[in-house]
Structures are given as C-alpha cells and as structure tokens.
Ligand binder design. Structure first.
Ligand code: ADP
Ligand code: MG
Length: 364
C-alpha cells in the first residue's frame, strides 16, 4: 500500500508508469555498513580483482578495439596472450562488438527469458545488469520479475512485501492494465514488472486456465511497442511459470556458473526449450549460454569453461562474467553495477554482453 500511495505517474510511450523512489531514499550510511558486514569476509580474497579501473583508465566506450583491452584485463593471467592471439576467454577469436548507435524509434520488443532451473547461477544479476547496460545504450528495457522470491525487485531497491499489485495480478486479473503494475526504476529507460510471493499461487491457479502456457505472452502484448527489450527473470524451476516465460520469449539466455556441476541439468533444460519450441512457440531460439562467476586464476574455472564451449560451441557468449564481490554488494545497494560501480570490470563485462546481444539480434 505505502509503495503505491507514494508512487507518482509518468508517461512512457503510450503507457503511464508509476515512479518509484525507493532507491533514492536508501540511507547511504546504513547501506554502506550493511554492505561491509555482508561482504567484508570475502573482500580480501577478491581485492586485486575488484579494483575500479583507476589511473585514468575510466571506461570510455569509444576507446575500444579488438579485443576490448579493459575487458581482457579482467581475465588475467591470460590477458597478454589473449591480446596477442586475439582470443577471448572462451578460447575462440574474440569478435568486435560495435558500440550501438542511438535509436529514434522503440519497439517492437525482443523478449529474452533468463532461464536455468538451478538457483544461484546469476539469472537475476544478469537480468538487472544486462537490462541496465542496454538502457545505457539508449534501448528501452522492461524487466519482468517472474520469480515469487522477488529477488529482481529487491535488487532494484523495491520492497516486494509492500506491493499489493504485482505481475501476479497482471496474469490473473482480466482487464487490469499493465501500467497499474509497472514501476519506473532509477535507471532511465528501464522499467520493472515486480513480483512477490503472490506469484507462487499463479502456478497452481493457472493449471485450470485455458491456454495456461501463454498467459504471460498475452499480458505482455500491450507493452511490446513501448520497449526494445523485455527480459524475464525466471524462477529456479521448470514449472508452469518458466514454461510461460519460454512461450512468451523470442530468445533464451542460460547463465551457467563456472563450477563443477554447471552442466548438470542443462540437458533437461534444453529438452524443455525444445518442447516449448515444438508445441507452443516456434520462434524460440536458444540464444546463448552465458558463463558467470568465472575466475581465470583457478584451473577449475578454466576447465569448466572449456567443457561448456566443447558442449555448446557457438551458443556460448564470447562475453564471460568474472566472479567479483561487487555483485552481492549491488544487491544490498539496490541498483545495477553499471551505476553502483560504473567503472568496475563487472560493469564493463555487462556492457560488452549488451553489445554482443545487440550484435546477435541484428545479425538475424
Ligand atoms: N559474477 C558474480 N560474481 C560474484 N557473485 C555473483 C556473480 N553473479 C551473481 N553473484 C551473486 O551470486 C548470488 C546468486 O546470484 P543470482 O543472480 O541471484 O542467481 P539466480 O538468480 O540464478 O539465483 C547472488 O548473491 C549474487 O550477488
Ligand atoms: Mg534469481
């Protein structure tokens, strides 16, 4: 209730969205204290890895060439070899992903489902930061929190418990306009369809609906012209909510943590994607496997990444997201890494991912 009452209305495209000031109202001193308490233990371990790119090397998108030296530097100790041989962390030649030009018109949206039934692999982190990086490049972005845990909403500074209208209502209540649910985030050009625990009821209630797999697709339809990208943060399961996300989507991104059991369960996931493509959504494409939490200093991480590339070849994004404590910090701060630590290697990685996604979408 309080969140709705304090929310203003603002017009975006043909829809009005509620403004939400939660992010700005966070008490900075308290946040910093919490941040330290939450991450202090790991800070030393990653100290050399997480430093901002200081010494005059601020992020300058125009200064990039093949391979992006700033990005390669995050992948030490192989950075020198990578530069010399022009290979990326996945062991393949690293293509140049151009800085995207501005767009004068928006829509219709490309819908991306961020999907892996395993939890803790970086779905929510990738949704927030890919979205924020695309918005920085002038794209209009809608993020859909499709996990009853509401982690995406929390990560953007929204308290899901205070919301009385969420994506759940959009799914279940015929006649409810999307603009009653939309929240504007602190990132210009990026909006959010928030969720909370209410969404867990939808999984049960949808079972008896007609065309239950395409409920989200129908709900998103009126918004398609207002956005360039819609990114759906899926819950860690292959249940009906995830099938709804896959039915609505044009493309799927599967984040994989560079850990020993990363590939476990991926066969089941690709099978599910295949089934949805055959039966419900012929447009669906497995866009890519995104390696996350990569630590090039461990042989283990490098081996896992090599296995992933062996298994999925060109489906693996050239962009690899390194492991850094900056990401857990951003959740506490309630903002994307692109604004929280704009010059960090993590922000640079998600900007490169955004350019790679744009390049892949335009290549078709
Ligand atoms: N590249 C990364 N390096 C370090 N920690 C990360 C990274 N990506 C995500 N995390 C952290 O790992 C945890 C799980 O990530 P999250 O994005 O919530 O995964 P999922 O949505 O798949 O469950 C979170 O605490 C997040 O801050
Ligand atoms: Mg999540």
């Amino acid at each position: 209730m309080p969140a709705r009452e304090s929310a203003g209305l603002e017009a975006v495209g043909s829809v009005a969205v509620r403004t939400f000031a939660a992010h700005q109202s966070i008490d900075t001193a308290r946040t910093r204290a919490v941040r330290h308490a939450a991450t202090g233990a790991d800070t030393d371990r990653f100290a050399d890895y997480d430093d901002d790119l200081t010494g005059g090397q601020l992020y300058d998108p125009d200064a990039e060439y093949e391979p992006d030296p700033e990005y390669a530097a995050t992948l030490a100790p192989d950075a020198a070899r990578q530069r010399r041989e022009r290979v990326g962390p996945t062991g393949r030649p690293l293509p140049y992903f151009p800085i995207p030009g501005p767009v004068s018109e928006h829509g219709p949206a490309t819908i991306i489902a961020m999907c892996n039934q395993k939890g803790g692999v970086g779905k929510t982190t990738s949704t927030i930061n890919l979205g924020a990086a695309l918005a920085e490049y002038g794209r209009r972005v809608l993020l859909v929190d499709f996990d009853p845990q509401g982690a995406l909403s929390v990560g953007l500074g929204v308290n899901p418990m205070e919301l009385d209208i969420t994506v759940y209502n959009l799914l279940m209540e015929r006649g409810l306009a999307a603009d009653e649910v939309l929240l504007k985030t602190a990132v210009p050009g990026m909006d959010l369809l928030p969720s909370n625990i209410d969404l867990s009821a939808a999984e049960v209630q949808l079972v008896s609906e007609v065309a239950r797999e395409s409920t989200l697709q129908r709900a998103l339809k009126p918004l398609m012209q207002d956005y360039d990208y819609v990114i759906i943060d899926c819950q860690p399961s292959l249940g009906l909510l995830t099938v709804n996300a896959l039915t609505a989507a044009h493309r799927v991104i599967v984040p994989l943590e560079c850990e020993f059991f990363a590939l476990r369960g991926v066969a089941l996931l690709t099978e599910t994607i295949e089934k949805v493509r055959e039966r419900l959504n012929p447009e669906l494409d497995l866009d890519g496997i995104l390696a996350t939490m990569y630590d090039s200093r461990t042989v283990h991480s490098r081996e896992v990444l090599a296995r992933v590339v062996e298994a999925f070849g060109e489906h693996v994004f050239h962009t690899v997201i390194g492991r850094t404590v900056r990401f857990p910090e951003t959740t506490v701060a309630g903002e994307p890494i692109t604004t929280y630590a704009s010059n960090s290697v993590g922000a640079a990685a998600y900007r490169q991912l955004a350019r790679e996604v744009l390049a892949r979408c335009h290549a078709e």
